[in-house]
Design a protein around this ligand. Structure first.
Ligand code: KIV
Ligand code: NA
Length: 266
């Protein structure tokens, strides 16, 4: 497989072929996501919650994002690698945003960056795109500003809120995003936005009619169960399988069954 390109993703939308995306945060998860044939890998700032143990994405730093993006890129995936700009790396000024987006590309090795927000980030998106860096937008439930949004709840339920998100989406496309994540919005709204936009929409909790879907690696594999939003489908329970394996190892060591002949040197 050769590296997925932006024109290929655009062509997939035009042909009605669904785009697949999953998060990954390190070398082994990147290898496995790529072996599974994902079109895109997201080094999400969900890193903070599912890997680093923070209670939100807000504390995640640029250095943490770069550290983990480098590990993902070392797997040399054919999937296009998108890295999240963490909180406070792009909100302070447009030059800060361009500089930090550049670090995710230059130091991290990502192909593209993602940031949260609508009209307010339009000048930021335009400047990053003008610097030659592909940008993915993120609307609906934007975890970096979840407190302002009233918590982790569905966004765009009312007519007015829905219109605001649709207008933000159009503004982001105008600013140059190559794709747009829609998180936790009613399926009808996501369908309307997807039909109206020339670029792919990638849904998470946004119904079946987006151009693609994204899920958090640890959520879909059942590796993180501190809480589970309604939109997560658990395709495996690796937490259970992992604990069972660790318990078996613990028992065999205690019983003197491991290591046996087969795992010892003569
Ligand atoms: O950080 C993340 O994992 C994300 C996805 C949920 C879209 O932004
Ligand atoms: Na994110």
């Amino acid at each position: 497989r050769s590296r997925v390109t932006l024109p290929q993703l655009q062509a997939m939308k035009e042909r009605g072929e669904r785009i697949t995306m999953v998060t990954a945060y390190d070398y082994p998860s990147s290898l496995l996501a790529d072996r599974a044939g994902m079109d895109m890998i997201l080094v999400g700032d969900s890193l903070g919650m599912v890997v680093l143990g923070y209670s939100s994405t807000v504390p995640v730093t640029m250095d943490e994002m770069i550290h983990h993006t480098k590990a993902v890129v070392r797997a040399n995936p054919a999937a296009l690698v998108v890295a999240d700009l963490p909180f406070l790396s792009y909100q302070t000024s447009v030059p800060d945003a361009v500089y930090n987006a550049g670090r995710l590309i230059k130091e991290g090795g990502a192909d593209a960056v993602k940031l949260e927000g609508g009209q307010a980030v339009v000048p930021t998106v335009r400047a990053i795109v003008n610097a030659g860096i592909p940008v993915m937008g993120h609307l609906g439930l934007t975890p970096q500003s979840a407190v302002q949004l009233g918590g982790f709840r569905v966004q765009g339920r009312s007519e007015a809120e829905g219109e605001k998100i649709a207008a933000d989406a159009a503004a982001l496309v105008e600013a140059g995003v190559f794709a747009l994540v829609l998180e936790c919005v009613p399926a009808d709204l996501a369908r309307r936005i997807t039909a109206a936009l020339p670029v792919p929409t990638i849904g998470i909790g946004a119904g079946p009619d987006c151009d693609g879907q994204v899920l958090v690696y640890h959520d879909l594999l059942g590796l993180f169960d501190r809480f589970r939003p309604k939109f997560v489908k658990q395709y495996a329970n690796l937490a259970e399988a992992t604990v069972a394996a660790l318990e078996k190892y613990r028992d065999e060591v205690r019983q003197g069954k491991f290591p046996d002949q087969e795992h010892s040197f003569k």
